[in-house]
Ligand binder design. Structure first.
Ligand code: ADP
Length: 460
């Protein structure tokens, strides 16, 4: 489970990182492509070479004019073309592109300056003497070499730039291929993960279905068992107990002392058996919260007093005293008289049962705010810390050995707790081994009718 969880996190983080890297690479690639396009479109080397080319054509035109083979207008046209070419070369965009290369651009500026100086001479070239013409030709010839060098330098710089672009492109392409590979791996991992998850899900569903079937079968078996206990055990046991009771009471004539003792023993055992069967039948309904409560608003202290009285005899037989340790008046609660009596009887009989002779059991009933607290405190054997929760489970006994001194089924506290909870209350325990235990029932105080009644109880 944990491994799957970490794997899922790792794959998610992986996908996230790879997607981020891919996005950054794509942005880089787009920038690079746009750089290449710009430089391609402006073609700085081409512009510089065009300047050189048009200077050569103008030089040729000048020579032709000198030979009388070209008209003045045609010469002036060549001059204008050269000028406009220089305008393009010195424009802001081209200038910016050219400035990217580390080359000396002064030949272009020098050519432009020369054109400006020579403009008037060219416009009035018809009046120029052959010597002046030769001088003009020489002036323009002097521009040729620096411009050629500049063309070569620009060509080399642009070719170096292309080389750099190519390398970067290659680099980005390699990275893209790597990322694509990684993405494929991550995707495959995702597919595997989904597959594993689906398999796990199927396994869990099958297991749930199996458990559901098993629990249904167990519920059926339990219902069957309860019905058997009810009909095949309880009914005959009731008649056995009745008959033993009659015999014990002398209904069939006075018995010999030995026979009387045996009948007493049989009667006591049939009573224990009957209590066990009753507990067994009740525990399920109690734990499922399905006990039908006949709730009425009662003063709980009265019930406590009744319970003390009812258990006094049993306690006296064990040489234990049960005493009232303070019972407040008007402890009103919505309770089922008989069920709360059963709860108190169980706590009191436990307190007596787990005390040594001459022990004392004290019962208090108090109220604080909205809670009524009924505490049964004994000076008995106490409960070990690690058993404090377990004793509320079915059949759990601190001493469950076959030779234990005290009898019982281990069901009393489960039923007691369930009944208290069905009243909307809680059952708490504190205990010190060898010193004694205190079981406290906490019930909601109900100053008016209806407060603290559960839906089921209200319906009951
Ligand atoms: P049992 O029929 O054994 O009394 P219960 O469910 O009433 O069953 O109690 C479960 C176990 O809790 C008892 O077996 C005993 O070990 C422990 N226990 C209950 N009440 C006390 C008490 N007052 N003092 C010490 N131990 C107790």
């Amino acid at each position: 489970m944990k491994r799957m969880y970490f794997l899922r996190i790792a794959v998610t983080v992986g996908v996230f990182i790879i997607t981020a890297i891919t996005a950054v690479s794509l942005v880089n690639l787009t920038g690079l492509v746009s750089d290449i396009r710009t430089s391609e479109r402006s073609k700085p080397a081409w512009i510089v070479s065009r300047v050189e080319f048009d200077l050569l054509r103008f030089q040729r035109a000048l020579a032709a004019y000198r030979m009388g083979e070209l008209s003045e207008e045609e010469l002036s046209l060549r001059f204008d073309i050269l000028w406009s070419r220089l305008d393009v070369a010195t424009s802001a965009t081209t200038g910016e592109l050219l400035s990217e290369f580390d080359i000396d651009l002064s030949p272009i500026q020098r050519t432009l300056d020369t054109l400006k100086q020579q403009e008037d001479d060219i416009l009035s070239i018809g009046e120029a003497s052959p010597a002046e013409l030769d001088e003009t030709i020489a002036t323009f010839n002097a521009l040729e070499e620096p411009l050629r060098d500049l063309t070569l330098e620009t060509l080399e710089a642009t070719s170096q730039q292309s080389q750099r672009y190519r390398e970067r492109l290659l680099n980005v392409a390699q990275k893209s291929a790597l990322l694509t590979g990684l993405l494929v791996v991550v995707l495959m991992l995702c597919v595997v993960l989904v597959g594993l998850e689906a398999r796990r899900h199927r396994r869990v569903s099958m297991e749930t279905f199996r458990l559901l079937k098993a629990s249904r079968a167990a519920a059926e078996a339990k219902a069957q068992f309860i019905s058997v206990v009810n009909h095949e055990l309880r009914t005959p046991l009731t008649s056995i107990k009745g008959s033993l009771g009659l015999l014990r009471g002398g209904a069939a004539g006075e018995l010999q002392p030995d026979a009387q003792r045996l009948i007493e023993m049989a009667y006591t055992n049939s009573e224990s058996l009957s209590a066990l069967i009753n507990d067994l039948l009740e525990i399920d309904r109690a734990e499922a919260g399905q006990l039908a409560l006949k709730r009425e608003r009662l003063d709980v202290s009265e019930l406590v007093r009744d319970a003390i009285e009812a258990n006094a005899n049993y306690a006296a037989k064990q040489d234990i005293t049960i005493r009232e340790g303070g019972l407040e008046r008007n402890l009103l609660a919505n309770v089922d008289r008989q069920r709360l009596g059963q709860v108190l009887a169980n706590l009191l009989s436990n307190a007596v049962k787990f005390s040594e002779p001459h022990g004392e059991v004290t019962v208090t009933a108090t109220r604080s705010d909205d809670a009524i607290r009924i505490a049964v405190r004994d000076t008995g054997i106490g409960i070990p810390d690690d058993k404090m929760q377990a004793i509320f489970e079915r059949f759990h006994q601190v001493d469950s050995s076959a030779h234990r001194k005290r009898g019982g089924t281990g069901l009393g506290l489960s039923i007691t707790k369930a009944i208290v909870e069905q009243h909307g209350g809680t059952l708490e325990v504190t205990s010190t081994l060898g010193v004694g235990s205190t079981f406290t029932i906490v019930l909601p105080f109900a100053p008016t009718v209806g407060v603290g009644q559960s839906g089921l109880a209200a319906a009951a």
